[in-house]
Every structure is written in C-alpha cells, then in structure tokens.
Design a protein around this ligand. Structure first.
Ligand SMILES: *Cc1c(COP(=O)(O)O)cnc(C)c1O
Length: 356
C-alpha cells in the first residue's frame, strides 16, 4: 500500500483481496477461543482471543501502513503508552516527558514509574531540550495537548540517536495523515485512536507503531501479558471510521483555520494557539471560567466535552482537569459541520459571553 496516497490507504489498507461472494469489508470476528486441531495447537493459527484476532490485525495493518511501520492496537491510548514505558524502562533509567502534554502521561510517570525508581524529567514541548546523555527514552508529544506547541521531531531524533536514547512521539493530535514520526526518525509512535483517528466519539482505542522488531516484540509480549487488548467490535468500528479520516481532517482543518483567524480578531479572546499539524484544533483563553461557561451556554453547536477530533464540534476548559493553564483556557475541536455554521455560532456565543 505504500505507493498509494493516504486517502487511498485509509480506505483500502488491511482489507482482504477481492473474493467473489465475500463482503468488501469483513465483519468483526467475535472469538475468545477458536477451534484447535484435535492433535494440539498448530503455531500460526488463531488459538485464543487475547493474542489472536483477525479484525484487530486488519486495523493494525491499516494503521501500520499509514504510520510506515508495524502497529499493535491497545484498549486505549493510555494502555499503549503504558506498554511502551513498561517495555523500555527499568529501575534506574531516566525518561524525558513533556511538561505541557497530556496530563495522564505525566501522572503515570510521576506515580507508577517514579515508584519503580525511574527518574522523570519534564521538558516543555517547544524546548529548550537538555542533553540526552544517560537518558533511556525521550517521549514527546507534537503538537502538545492542550497548548499545541510543536517539537522539532527530526532534530530530536538525531540527538536521541547520538545519545543512545529511544525517541517516542505521541502522534494523537496530528494523526499519521498530518505527521509521520517514524519517517522523521522517531523509533516509535504511541497514540490515542480515541480522538481524531477514529473520530466518532464512540470508542476508546490506542496503538503503538515502530520499525524496530525487538521493540515491537517486547510491546506485543507486554500486551499479551498485561492484557490491554481492544475488543473485536471496537477494532471493526475503528477500521470503518478510518476510511473517512482524510475527509474529516480536511473539513475540521478548514473550519479550524478560519476559526483561528476569527478568534484572533475577537476582543474577548487572547492567546490563540493553532498548529498546521492539527489544524482542526484551536486553543485560546477567555478572561475567566465564568466567561467560558457563558460562551458554552450561548452556543448551539459547541458541545462541552473533553476528547477531540470528533465529528461534533466540542470545547473543553482544560483547567478543570488539572492542566497547568489559566482558568479561562479552552481547547476547541472543530467537527465536520458546515464551516459557516460553526463560525456564526461561535462568533455570536463569544459576543454573548462578553456581556458577563
Ligand atoms: C487522549 C490522549 C491520550 C490517552 O488516550 P486514551 O485513548 O484516552 O487512553 C494520550 N495522549 C494524548 C495526546 C491524548 O490526547
């Protein structure tokens, strides 16, 4: 599939070759145990649902094609990040993580991994980055959630390689359509597919992708022993949703680009943040939490919701989750509604919030 463009791969990757009478898209394979050969288990056949599921393999082939590596799907983005950290880090190791990225990554490092005597160093996504000498793993997130700062992935890959550290990139916000960290030199991608990748606000899923066979085998072993597999039905929904990823990103990006311009000229709004690698997301600040509440109440189309990248436009006041951002900081995720409807709705809701 690597000779095809991304939209084509989103539709076709992972699906079986045409067979007359078979469906274009196979249904989910629901199986805990499979029938075994009466003589005993034959390696290479499906035996049990935790290690083996055909629907999950279809999804993994599709995501792996898009990331340009081999993919393993997990039950959530957090499960994928946990798999990477548990596979790579040992007591006494040092890990670099973003100080301004997804809060649960920080919480996981500061609790479980600090307890396991791993030294955790927090660095802002935009840098400056310290020397990676003595570092085992550098985990970056670009663009970072929720501030949308970007990290210089290719340059960091070079410094990590020179220092003998692994570089991992959380590719949740960009998706592999807008950023391919493995091609930029990263060793491994981790991501939540709960957000834009699947984009219908109806499932949680995560994945890792890498070209390093040893790392892949380690994370596969962890998944099998840790048990954090996604269900066959969620894998099937995810593969189905992937078909429209390019279309969804195009519409979300068109609205997000226009919205960032609108927000920059609105007197109630400050600190507008937008990144070309996740153009459907716009972060900005209103003067207070009360202004955000008034904005959400006055809006018809913007749902108050966490997560992002869905078909519905939504906004989240990140301070309520403990992000170190001002109380009026909003991460807004553009859906696939008509751009003009979203701009009109947000503009009038901001005007109403300005009366607070
Ligand atoms: C949501 C998110 C995660 C965690 O994903 P879940 O699917 O919710 O477990 C990890 N990284 C980033 C950047 C996220 O936005």
């Amino acid at each position: 599939m690597t000779t095809f463009g991304d939209s084509t791969r989103c539709v076709h990757s992972g699906l079986p070759a045409p067979v007359p009478g078979e469906p274009l898209v196979p249904g989910p394979v629901f199986a805990a145990p499979y029938h075994l050969a009466v003589e005993g288990f034959e390696p290479g056949t499906d035996g049990y649902g935790r290690p083996d599921n055909a629907t999950r393999r279809i999804l993994e082939t599709a995501i792996g094609d898009l990331e340009d590596g081999s993919c393993l799907a997990f039950s959530s983005g957090q499960a994928a990040i946990t798999a990477l950290l548990m596979t790579v880090l040992r007591p006494g190791d040092k890990v670099v993580i973003p100080s301004d990225g997804y809060y649960n990554t920080r919480a996981l490092a500061a609790s479980t991994f600090a307890d396991l005597s791993v030294t955790v160093v927090e660095v802002p996504t935009a840098g400056p980055y310290p020397s990676f000498d003595g570092v085992r793993l550098v985990l970056i997130e670009s663009p970072a959630n929720p501030g949308l700062d970007e990290a210089p992935i290719a340059a960091l890959a070079e410094s990590a390689l020179a220092a003998g550290a692994l570089l991992a990139v959380d590719n949740t916000a960009a998706t592999p359509l807008l950023q391919k960290p493995l091609i930029l030199g990263a060793d491994v991608v981790v991501a939540s597919g709960t957000k834009a990748l699947t984009g219908h606000s109806d499932l949680l899923i995560g994945y890792v992708a890498t070209r390093d066979p040893e790392l892949l085998a380690g994370m596969q072993r962890w998944r099998n022993l840790g048990g954090a597999i996604p269900s066959a039905f969620d894998c099937w929904l995810a593969r189905r949703s992937l078909s429209t990823l390019a279309l969804r990103l195009r519409q979300q990006g068109a609205t997000g680009t226009a919205l960032s311009t609108l927000l920059r000229s609105h007197p109630l709004v400050s600190d507008v943040r937008w990144a070309a690698t996740a153009p459907g997301l716009v972060s900005f600040s209103l003067p207070s939490a009360a202004h955000v509440a008034a904005f959400l109440r006055a809006s018809t189309l913007v749902a108050a919701a966490t997560s992002f990248g869905g078909t519905h436009t939504s906004a989240d006041r990140r301070h309520q989750w403990g992000d170190t951002v001002p109380a009026g900081f909003v991460r807004l995720s553009c859906g696939i509604e008509d751009t003009s409807d979203i701009l009109t709705d947000i503009s009038s809701a901001l005007d109403a919030a300005a009366q607070v």
